[in-house]
Design a protein around this ligand. Structure first.
Ligand code: NOJ
Length: 775
């Protein structure tokens, strides 16, 4: 079947319409199709003066490069780091060092373990998001790493059991977008190139890569990777949306993902790379393949891939040959090299960049200590992303307690020597399983893990508090049914966790041992306080209604200061402000088709994103399913009231339906997308009896019935407020916030009409309602 540009457009419209009237969009031709977009746009630095300056220098160099030298800077080579480009000694261009992970420099000593992305998202705190990126960037910089392989907004968390959701930020595009922008800016303000990953639709681990028979000379593919099939509007409004903010903040690198997207491998998908990323979003930097994610030579080059990792993949000398025989234009190859060098200049890495002391997987004896005082920030973010969801009769904070008992292996540090006497505890070893008899979970598994220099366990931090208060602490870390000896202490603190990792998806959101432990303790102890460390949503239906379960905390993946962060909340030094960055269903089945990744035995497996825009809370709203704890929910030790909603539309900006076509696209998209077009204000008052801050949340209902009923479009931390005090939250709405992606016009477009405005403390507790009218 052949598609012309106009059939594509019509089909795209049909796909969008199909989504709205309930037809299965997978039956519509455009759905699952990646229309060809060629040639690859040539980077030119027109986004701003810094890019222009960087491009001028880069172009002057690449004009003198031989083809082999261009090949060098665009290919992976053996070296110190997880990825290394080739050097060009003739011009003093060094090999660039690429290293993981989004929550800390992985596999090294004297580095910090930051909270995971999902934990950061739970803070709903823009200031902390920036500081996180800044501190992380400083650590990369100190180790001489040019390119940080993060932040991640893919997976977003479409599939609740997805193995890598914790590395990303949130299934809500606005929350993820704000975090992506802030982290990117932070990392790059430290002089390190940030890599927004994984572009795009990388929502599950199952069959994310093809199976290759390495014993055959042609490396025969025995199974292709999953194809994530999504319609154009969903791609723009949901999955690409967070990446836009990273680009707006100058992201120098984007990593294309392993799987197929609309049937074309992401690292050779011209629609995604040449089309959306480099044309619509004006990307000036370079696209790097995920590690061994390149599936072709000529096709990937022409589709917009700029750097292959970790080795030559299908390029190397073959790329030079392809240019010599005309399969890839020399202009394309020059552009690839120019993009790499321009990004290097953009970050000013030519000036005194530290020597690379990073060593791939070897951890002994690296003298460079980059931890600085980041532990304070880590502790603060750890507490700020801790979410309190149940607190009966002010069980928490624990005030002047003298005796507590602690249960569950998640309370203590991992017992690695128990598991394997040849292994040390801590460090890289934290990646080795978190089952029974392991320890507290501070990060997940796979390439996205941090490497803690030390771990403050919950037990350690709680012991410290009890010791200071001249109290007594008792514990049983490993029993599933602890004996009754100490259950009449003032509080029974139960710790459970849920592990997940790159390369496989979860099989359950719960585990029997943990649920049994909670029930067993609660059956004897009238004051059972449960803390979960988890890599994503964790359902709690087995025990949440137990009358003896008096307080429940979603403790996320807090990084090295885990216990301190938690104790700060438990003992009331920090009044919690954390909010759930995902929906907790009453039972797993309530997530419906979005519970599991797609498992298929087909040679060409398919994951059909037929739910379109409706993932997480948007799905629950659409299906009218009441969650247990909704997106955005989290308790404080005080209470808040909301009043005085005011909305205003700006008078001094372009309010035409489409952004001005005369204005050029810059990195991040059309500049007018970021214009503030409306403001919303509301008063937040501390109506309780202790000091506290609240995360005020703004949700928008776009006119028309083809869009989620409510979408988060703003969040502001208000406070701390003393009891009785009130403060105004001011939300600024950009053109993009109030637009939908018009598939036909291939533009963001205002919907004329009345937008609903909701302000409150979660996606379902929205006491203030108003409107904004765009005429
Ligand atoms: C594969 C992962 O998908 C990616 O996120 C990571 O950066 C690379 N491996 C390098 O370790």
């Amino acid at each position: 079947m052949k598609f012309s540009a106009s059939t594509l457009l019509l089909s795209a419209q049909a796909a969008a319409a199909a989504l709205n009237n309930g037809t299965n969009p997978s039956e519509v031709p455009y759905y699952g199709l990646s229309p060809p977009v060629y040639p690859a746009p040539v980077g030119n630095g027109t986004s701003d003066r810094s890019w222009a300056k960087a491009y001028k220098k880069a172009k002057a160099l690449t004009a003198q490069f031989t083809l082999e030298e261009k090949m060098n800077v665009t290919n992976g080579f053996e070296g110190l780091c997880v990825g290394n480009t080739g050097a060009v000694p003739r011009f003093g261009i060094p090999s660039l060092c690429f290293a993981d992970a989004p929550d800390g420099v992985r596999g090294q000593e004297f580095v910090s373990a930051f909270p995971a992305g999902l934990h950061l998202a739970a803070t709903f705190n823009k200031d902390l998001m920036y500081k996180y990126g800044k501190a992380l960037g400083e650590e990369y910089y100190g180790k001489g790493i040019h390119v940080a392989l993060g932040p991640s907004a893919g997976p977003m968390g479409r599939v609740m059991r997805g193995g890598r959701n914790w590395e990303g930020l949130s299934p809500d595009p606005s929350l993820a977008a704000v975090a992506m922008g802030a982290i990117t800016r932070g990392i790059q303000d430290s002089g390190v190139i940030a890599t927004a990953k994984h572009w795009l639709l990388n929502e599950q681990e199952a069959r994310r890569r093809p199976s290759v028979d390495e014993s055959t000379p042609e490396r025969r593919v025995t199974d292709e990777a999953i194809s994530s099939n999504a319609d154009d509007r969903t791609i723009h409004e949901l999955y690409a949306f967070p990446f836009m903010n990273a680009l707006k903040e100058g992201a120098g690198s984007v990593m294309c993902s392993y799987q197929r997207a609309n049937h074309s491998y992401a690292c050779q998908n011209s629609k995604l790379m040449n089309g959306i990323l480099k044309t619509q979003l004006g990307f000036e930097g370079f696209v790097v393949s995920d590690w061994r994610g390149q599936r072709s030579g000529v096709a990937s080059a022409n589709a917009g891939l700029d750097v292959v990792m970790p080795d030559h993949g299908f390029w190397g000398e073959k790329l030079v040959e392809a240019v010599n025989n005309g399969s890839v234009s020399e202009e394309r190859m020059t552009d690839m090299a120019t993009r790499v060098l321009a990004t290097w200049y953009y970050l000013e890495q030519e000036n005194n960049f530290p020597e690379t002391t990073y060593r791939s997987y070897s951890t002994v004896g690296d003298p460079v200590n980059v931890q600085a005082d980041h532990s304070d920030l880590i502790r603060e973010i750890g507490a700020a992303g801790t979410v309190l969801v149940k607190n009966v009769n002010k069980t928490l904070p624990l005030k002047d307690v003298k005796m507590v008992s602690v249960y569950g292996y998640d309370a203590t540090v991992p017992q690695s020597p128990w598991q394997n006497p040849n292994r040390y505890g801590g460090g890289y070893e934290v990646n080795f399983g978190w089952n029974t008899f392991n320890g507290t979970l501070v990060t997940g598994g796979g390439s996205g893990i941090s490497t803690p220099p030390y771990v403050v366990s919950p037990f350690h931090a709680i012991s410290d508090r009890i010791a200071k208060n001249k109290g007594t602490i008792r514990w049983d870390f490993y029993s599933e049914a602890p004996g009754p000896h100490y259950v009449n202490t003032e509080a029974c603190l139960v710790f459970i966790n849920g592990y997940a990792s790159e390369s496989f998806d979860r099989v359950s959101l719960t585990d029997e041992f943990s649920d049994n432990l909670v029930i067993n303790v609660a059956s004897m102890c009238p004051n059972t306080i449960v803390t979960m460390h988890h890599t994503g949503a964790r359902t709690v239906d087995a025990w949440i209604d137990h009358p003896n379960v008096t307080a429940v905390i979603y403790g996320g993946l807090p990084g090295q200061e885990s216990g301190n962060s938690l104790a700060d909340v438990l003992f009331g030094d920090v009044n919690p402000t954390g909010k759930l960055p995902f929906t907790i269903a009453k039972k797993e089945e309530d997530y419906g088709e979005l519970l599991n990744s797609t498992n298929s035995k087909d040679f060409f497996p398919e994951a059909n994103f037929t739910e379109g825009l409706y993932i997480d809370y948007r799905y629950f709203d659409k299906k009218n399913i009441t969650p247990l704890y909704e997106f955005g929910f989290g308790l404080s030790y005080t209470t808040f009231g909301f009043s005085n909603l005011e909305t205003a539309v700006k008078a001094d900006v372009n309010m035409d339906e489409f952004p001005d076509p005369e204005i050029d696209i810059i990195q991040g998209g059309h500049p007018e997308l970021w214009d503030v077009v409306a403001t919303v204000k509301a008063h937040v008052e501390n109506t309780g009896d202790v000091d506290g801050a609240e995360i005020a949340q703004l949700y928008i209902g776009v006119p028309g019935d083809d869009t989620p009923a409510r979408q988060l479009r703003g969040f502001e931390r208000v406070g701390p407020l003393v009891p009785g005090q009130n403060h105004r939250a001011v939300f600024e709405l950009t053109r993009r916030d109030l637009s939908t992606w018009d598939v036909e016009a291939q533009q963001w477009r205002f919907r004329r009409g009345t937008y609903k405005v909701y302000v409150g403390s979660s996606s379902r507790k929205l006491p203030l309602e108003g409107t904004i009218t765009i005429e």
